[in-house]
Design a protein around this ligand. Structure first.
Ligand code: NAD
Length: 304
């Protein structure tokens, strides 16, 4: 199946670095015309630099592909609409949205500031909504389209110092699942990837203890390009029956995640009191808690 995205137009946000760059390159290599969106911010979301997006464009051109740059931020409704408009202006249509742009403002929860919260929610959660919503009008008109959103195991499981990021990333899962339901009538699909990659974003993970060192060595082997084939597949017509799902590529493994459903129930005909929950329900429900949820050593890079 060569050129799985022939004739399609893709927007990849945050395509100037890391995972987004590799997705943009592979999508162009599979025949898509690509809008490389990136403001060229630091990991914490500060500053602007045109160079990363230009570098991605140069690589795509070297490979014989077609792309254009949009340097507008995903984190505002007006600028997000410009990103989608860039696809219409340059290529006359829009078929694929990859919501990948991201920043980090890690902070232990009791010290997290409102600014740290707002900045991360603005780029990840609001940005994913804005770009998706702007594209939805076109997807509805043409009765087709595919969304691929970057979530994270930090959201699916939780992670130290990342309440802002985790909330945004689990919020993106809810966004994707509801888009999948609302837009299926227009032949539009929406899926999430919880990626793994050694990038500038993960480059700051501490490697002090032997266990941390081993973990970091493992992550360093997970190059960002390992995430691109899954994004291409999910964006292609070969995934026409796949929607509302969450996947992970980890090196050469692919995971699909369970959908959150009740896993254990207890019934009491006279109803529950707080005391009865403590005495009767908890011992039974606790059998359903996962090992990770019980453990004090949850770490988002070990999802299973
Ligand atoms: P990265 O820092 O290498 O790249 C992120 C890009 O987003 C940067 O080029 C940056 O300039 C751009 N960006 C930031 N704010 C923007 C804005 N407002 N508008 C447009 N562009 C903006 O990060 P990465 O590691 O490649 O991560 C890509 C995505 O995958 C992120 O959403 C991240 O949260 C997610 N993710 C990554 C990992 C991992 O292992 N690297 C794990 C889980 C989730």
């Amino acid at each position: 199946m060569p050129n799985m995205l022939e004739g399609k137009v893709a927007i990849v946000t945050g395509a100037g670095n890391g995972i987004g760059r590799e997705i943009a390159i592979m999508m162009a290599g599979q025949g898509a015309k690509v809008i490389i969106n990136d403001v060229g911010a630091s990991v914490s979301g500060e500053g602007q630099d045109a160079t990363p997006a230009q570098q991605t464009k140069a690589i795509i051109a070297q490979n014989g592909g077609t792309s254009e740059i949009s340097a507008d931020s995903v984190a505002g409704w007006a600028s997000a609409q410009k990103i989608v408009q860039a696809a219409m202006d340059h290529f006359g249509r829009i078929d694929i949205v990859v919501n990948n742009a991201g920043i980090l403002r890690d902070q232990i929860f009791h010290r997290m500031t409102v600014e740290e919260w707002d900045a991360v929610i603005a780029v990840h959660l609001n940005g994913s909504f804005y770009v998706s919503r702007a594209a939805a009008t076109h997807f509805r008109q043409q009765q087709s389209g595919a969304y691929v959103h970057m979530s994270s195991t930090s959201g699916l499981i939780g992670n130290f110092g990342q309440a802002n990021y985790s909330a945004a990333k689990l919020g993106i899962v809810g966004l994707s699942k509801s888009i999948a339901l609302d837009m299926s009538r227009f032949n539009v699909r929406s899926n999430c990837i919880a990626p793994f990659a050694w990038s500038r974003m993960t480059g700051t993970i501490p490697a002090e203890t032997p266990e941390q060192k081993r973990r970091v060595e493992r992550i360093m082997q997970m190059t960002p390009d390992k995430n691109a084939p899954l994004a291409v597949f999910l964006a292609s017509d070969a995934a026409k029956d796949v929607t509302g799902q969450i996947f992970s590529p980890r090196m050469n493994e692919l995971f699909v995640y369970s959908q959150i459903r009740p896993i254990k129930s207890v019934h009491r005909s006279e109803g529950w009191t707080p005391e009865a929950i403590a005495e009767y329900a908890l011992p039974s429900l606790a059998q359903g808690f996962s090992k990770l949820e019980r453990s004090g050593d949850v770490f988002s890079w070990d999802p299973i």
